[in-house]
Design a protein around this ligand. Structure first.
Ligand code: OFO
Length: 166
């Protein structure tokens, strides 16, 4: 059985992962309609990944004697000025999610919940990869600057990253 505290933290995390999925989906729609087809592919794929993160938590809660809650979500931001703005907000978003996962692990350790701690380690590794990926994309966009030819090629590269992740 999960403690009430851990159960609530995991329920909140389900909502955060669902919200991440919607956030990436809205970004994908923006990219798709602004000519960034590669970025759109990457963001659609990432939205699916976040849904997987949510499902994994839902199943864990259900298997541990709780019942996962599917909560209502606020609509995500849908307009951006540039691809750089999209990836900067992705990085900010993922840093907040990492803090949230870290907080769950801190609570697991304080409550001697080693099973949930073990389960959450997967999320910690995933966060490290996501933050690192967002940082490397931002670095590349910085190098590209206002060179539209390079931006066009980089957009194609992002489509490749989407398929490499899956
Ligand atoms: Fe679920 O990894 Fe991003 O938010």
């Amino acid at each position: 059985m999960l403690s009430k505290n851990i159960e609530q933290l995991l329920q909140d995390q389900v909502k955060k992962e669902a919200s991440s999925s919607q956030t990436y989906l809205a970004m994908a729609c923006w990219a798709d309609t602004k000519g960034f087809e590669g970025a759109a592919d990457f963001l659609y794929a990432h939205s699916d990944e976040e849904r997987e993160h949510m499902l994994k938590l839902i199943k864990f809660l259900n298997e541990r004697g709780s019942q996962a809650t599917v909560a209502a979500l606020d609509a995500p931001k849908k307009d951006f000025n540039s691809l750089m703005e999209v990836f900067k907000s992705i990085l900010e978003h993922e840093i907040v999610v990492t803090e949230s996962i870290n907080n769950i692990i801190t609570n697991c350790l304080a409550g001697n919940d080693h099973l949930t701690n073990n389960f959450m380690q997967w999320y910690m590794n995933e966060q490290m990869e996501e933050e690192q990926l967002a940082r490397s994309i931002i670095d590349k966009l910085e190098m590209i600057g206002s060179d539209t030819g390079s931006l066009y090629l980089f957009d194609k590269e992002l489509a490749g990253l989407a398929s490499a992740e899956h």
